[in-house]
Design a protein around this ligand. Structure first.
Ligand code: BG6
Length: 486
């Protein structure tokens, strides 16, 4: 049997993502049975009270698949345990409660969805209470795994310290550091596109690719998350994890197998090949912005220099990518929500069609991660009934048109993988540390500079200087909002 224990059960993530995802898995018949969910939190409430709270939130966040009779069956698995992370007794009583709920040995997945400052303490308490040890039984070993939410540290040093402390209690193969971007179907499809087709990989290198742009723009502002965001900023919130994870999928070498070691070895290699930036390079190759009304948000300091937008140019020092700039950018309060990867190919070396045509754009491959999940290839076509005029045209693929059903929530895939012991889509300790090694010097330099970020209007594509900045790098942003439903 399987038990999922959620620490920080009263939090937003539990009601918005975890429970709706578990519910959907249950409806699809994918949740291993028997299954028990135990929420752990300080707020006093009964099992029934928690179940009815979750019923309302699941009805809201999993509206399309909500069905009362299915919910009643699912809710029977949900339990609540009042406890305090600071108290060893709470863990002893949790263990007793779990033993009561579990019939015999059970595979346990501890989900840390608390505020990050409690990660270390929760792990220590689990260790002290003997709850982290995988106990061999006659037939099999009951697993003890732990899922750790982001942010994993706030810089390299804190991430190393956290890794060290967790490793006193859990071995690396019991640890699942989550990045929900890795659970997105379209992010996984990057691997399929590259490694399950013959036509892309041979041209996926410096000989054919001019540069790559990875954009993750959001329309939302920081809203009620100002307290968190003020200390994080866009680099810690989006770059260290989501953008660098996408970058690894786009640029890593082909793993020999789709398994946790092979995939993560390749990801680490490419992260480690990213050229460290000197302070001068940081000055030239990064850009920070802040939306104009950010300082008016509740909880934001009046003179706050927190970046809500950033762009950077990274270089990967290996044979495949030498001198191919990789541009990353992300911002809040932007004109449209879009996460996309643009692979910009080189121009043809020679145009037989004359000077005019030579100036035409080169091929582009656009991977739309969200919200208009799909792929477009841009290529030149002869305009009919003209001499040899050409125009950029596109081949389009959209998930919505090619597949039926709803796109699953990223957490469904990741929860199931963690329950089944597949860590391929979770970050390993060296991977998280390599990512901080890239972000840390930039964050530090920005803090030392004491410069105000460039302001931008809500609903724009970031600070106007962003266009000059990329032009200095002899490129242009691909600024196009995706057309949903096409
Ligand atoms: C989270 C960030 O990790 O990712 C948020 O903390 C951000 O600030 C969110 O809004 C974006 O996720 P998604 O899945 O909506 O692109």
């Amino acid at each position: 049997m399987n038990t999922l224990i959620i620490f920080g059960a009263s939090g937003d993530l539990t009601s918005r993502k975890l429970i709706p995802s578990l519910y959907r898995l249950f409806v699809k018949g994918r949740l291993p049975q028997p299954f028990v969910i135990v929420g752990f939190s300080r707020t006093a409430k009964t099992d029934t009270e928690w179940q009815s709270e979750l019923r309302a939130t699941t009805k809201q966040f999993a509206a399309k698949s909500f069905d009362s009779s299915q919910w009643d069956k699912f809710a029977a698995m949900i339990h609540y345990h009042i406890g305090d992370i600071g108290s060893p007794e709470s863990f002893t009583s949790l263990e007793t409660r779990l033993r009561e709920l579990e019939s015999g040995e059970s595979n346990r997945l501890y989900y840390l969805s608390t505020a990050p400052k409690f990660y270390e303490q929760t792990i220590q308490q689990l260790g002290k209470a003997g709850m982290a040890t995988e106990s061999p039984t006659d037939s099999a070993t009951a697993s003890r795994r732990v899922v750790i939410e982001k942010p994993f540290g706030i810089d390299l040093q804190s991430a190393q310290k956290l890794n060290e402390s967790i490793h006193h209690v859990f071995t690396e193969n019991q640890i699942y550091r989550i990045d929900h971007y890795l659970g997105k179907e379209t992010v996984n499809n990057i691997l399929v596109l590259r490694f399950a087709n013959t036509i892309f990989e041979p041209i996926w290198n410096r000989n054919y690719i001019d540069h790559i742009q990875i954009t993750a723009n959001e329309e939302v502002t920081v809203g009620h998350r100002a307290a968190f965001y003020e200390t994080a900023g866009v680099l810690r919130d989006m770059f260290q994890n989501h953008l660098l994870q996408i970058l690894t999928f786009v640029t890593m070498e082909a793993p020999s197998r789709f398994d946790a070691k092979a995939v993560r070895d390749e990801k680490v290699k490419v992260l480690q090949a990213i050229r460290p930036m000197s302070p001068d390079q940081i000055q030239r190759d990064t850009l920070r912005g802040q939306y104009r009304s950010y300082r008016d948000e509740e909880g934001v300091a009046k003179g706050s220099r927190t970046a809500t937008f950033a762009a950077m140019k990274l270089q990967i020092d290996n044979w495949r990518w030498k001198d191919v700039p990789i541009f990353l950018r992300s911002g809040k309060a932007m004109g449209c929500r879009t996460t996309q990867i643009l692979v910009q190919f080189r121009r043809p070396p020679h145009s037989m069609f004359g000077a005019d045509n030579a100036a035409h754009d080169a091929n582009q491959l656009l991977l739309q991660i969200q919200p208009a999940e799909g792929i477009q290839i841009h290529f030149q076509t002869k305009v009919p009934d003209t001499e040899m005029r050409m125009r950029m045209t596109e081949l389009k693929f959209s998930f919505q048109n090619s597949f039926s059903g709803e796109m699953p929530e990223a957490y469904e895939r990741l929860l199931l993988d963690a329950l089944q012991g597949d860590a391929s889509l979770f970050a390993r300790s060296d991977e998280v540390e390599a990512a901080w090694t890239i972000i840390d010097p930039i964050q530090t330099k920005w803090e030392q500079d004491k410069k105000d970020p460039e302001l931008y209007e809500t609903g724009s594509w970031g600070p106007p200087v962003s266009n000059d900045w990329i032009q200095k790098h002899e490129r242009q942003w691909f600024d196009m909002c995706p057309l949903i439903g096409h």
